[in-house]
Design a protein around this ligand. Structure first.
Ligand SMILES: [Fe+2]
Ligand SMILES: [Fe+2]
Length: 216
């Protein structure tokens, strides 16, 4: 049993890693992922205390990753920092191991595969937060940040364009990356939610194009 007081203390420390974070990945991302992860976690019978701490700490390495201009992976860095925080707060060793596993595997990269229910719930929630209505909002926030377009020129094949280029847009992000997320989800409940969000997002971009073409 991890006390409420300890969780609050760890959360307070985690928040300090998000000061001045850009709105695609600020503390509100953590709050959304927490609600989603706990929803999935309940259905999958995950340990919700472990899951909550994993969510709170999962992106604390992002600030350093940005500062290093991507020289290392924020999941690996975050797991390292989190381990120290958890140990300092006297969390039990088995729990530390699981939380660190959740954090290091939350991107499913560099051979770090989510193996526990908690790790799968975090991975799914984190991915699902980038699609659906929230995903559309995040994609446009990001497009705005890099000076991308509102919509694409239909004559140009966006699959052949580059990220951060003149032809970048929220729609390009959807086609190249976000439209594939639904097939990468691991849990049953996650798959259900991802499908709903994906369909809404696809419909949104269809309507956007119709409006751009003056057909709606
Ligand atoms: Fe992350
Ligand atoms: Fe995240």
């Amino acid at each position: 049993m991890i006390s409420r007081r300890t969780v609050n203390k760890i959360e307070k420390e985690a928040r300090t890693y998000f000061l001045k974070a850009f709105s695609c990945h600020d503390w509100s991302h953590i709050e959304r992922v927490e609600k989603l992860a706990l929803h999935i976690g309940k259905k999958e019978k995950a340990n919700l205390e472990i899951l909550k701490l994993a969510v709170i700490l999962h992106d604390i390495g992002r600030k350093e990753e940005m500062e290093s201009k991507g020289a290392f992976c924020h999941a690996e860095k975050g797991a390292e920092i989190a381990e120290k925080i958890l140990r300092r707060n006297k969390i039990e060793e088995d729990d530390i191991q699981n939380i660190v596993h959740c954090i290091i595997t939350h991107r499913f990269r560099n051979n770090h595969i989510p193996n526990t229910i908690e790790a799968k719930a975090l991975y799914d929630a984190d991915k699902i937060d980038s699609i659906g209505a929230v995903g559309i909002g995040r994609a446009f926030l990001f497009a705005g940040k890099i000076g991308a377009k509102l919509h694409n020129n239909k004559k140009i094949d966006i699959r052949k364009t580059e990220a951060y280029s003149e032809e970048d847009s929220a729609y390009r992000e959807f086609i190249v990356k976000l439209s594939k997320i639904k097939d990468k989800i691991l849990t049953r409940e996650g798959k259900k939610l991802a499908k709903i969000r994906h369909n809404f997002m696809a419909e949104y971009f269809k309507i956007l194009q119709q409006e751009v073409d003056g057909k709606r």
